[in-house]
Ligand binder design. Sequence first.
Ligand code: PLP
Length: 400
Amino acid sequence: MTSYLKTTPNADGFFGDYGGAMLPPPLIPHFKEIREAYAKLSVSPEFLDELRLIRKHFQGRPTPISHLKNLSRICGGAQIYAKREDLNHTGAHKLNHCMAEGLLAKYMGKTKLMAETGAGQHGVALATAAAYFGMECEIHMGEIDIAKEAPNVTRMKLLGATVVPVGHGGRSLKEAVDSAFEAYVPQADTAFFAIGSVVGPHPFPMMVRDFQHVVGIEARDQFHEMTGGLPDMVAACVGGGSNAMGLFSGFIDDENVSLHGVEPMGTSSKLGEHAATISFGVDGDIHGFHTLLLVDENGDPAPVHTIASGLDYPGVGPEHAHLSKTGRVNYTSANDKEALAAFYALSRHEGIIPALESAHAVAFAMREAKANPGKSILFNLSGRGDKDIDYVTETFGFGG
Ligand SMILES: *Cc1c(COP(=O)(O)O)cnc(C)c1O
């Protein structure tokens, strides 16, 4: 059998019907340059060795797997395990692809990293990579998000990044993407645009998946070493889908392991009150690729809501749209309330405060544990929740 990762996507960046690269003409040569550089470097021992050393000595990899014995006992049924990406440097999985994108940019001779950011998590991870590689960093961010996410703005500035406020339209993530892309076009000779998830034009969905693959490789080995077998179920929250693709990619050729993507159901299943793209989306184009999309009555990307700002994207990585269609991955959801209950439960019973994004995967594990006695569930704890504690306690208190 040829392994899934070697055959997907195809040469044009399509995962089945989804993906591709729809680019404004001035960017076509620059994306060709990125595709060619990645094709060369992804098989270069020098590049891979340097990345391996960065992962070990700077990021602190491998991150462990924890057997959550208290939570397993309380839920009753399955044994629950967490892959601890919250222990990766900067506290989330995003640094896995940001360090690799920075290294790629360095090998390409670029001197600057650029991106947009919503809640600021991608901006902080990219600013960290830029500082490490001695590069400039320019992060575009909506004014509303700048006001809401002050600590992350402070972090980016301390790390040496320039934060460009975006003051038009909704002054949030969508405008920040447009602004960052516009600023990138005239600088594309010397700057690298680092996309923050398995989204955007080819080769980013494939490349970011490959850079997150380390999570799945480690997790499969570690789980086997701990238990002598493989987990029955593997789960992760899905925003754009990078932490999920990282973990899933380690198990995708293991037919007996079921894979579960957990989307945010927000406050209800009404359009505008959730961000469950695969559950409710239709085929469409966003930010240069073809995927499933939540749209309003005019066919434009719809407003979305979730308690976890890192999951609020009306599209989803094209590979997830494909894996949903083929049935290899089951996509389900957890709502704000369930994520919040899971946030409190993991803090109180395991001594781990999870990011609200990751809490959606915790909620899934808690729910499924009850229904699957004797089985094992491994989920991705994609990030730590320090960034969320003020919001949660000021809005909802300290939990039962
Ligand atoms: C950004 C973020 C996510 C969502 O991004 P994916 O690309 O779907 O993984 C999930 N968890 C944390 C902690 C994040 O910061």
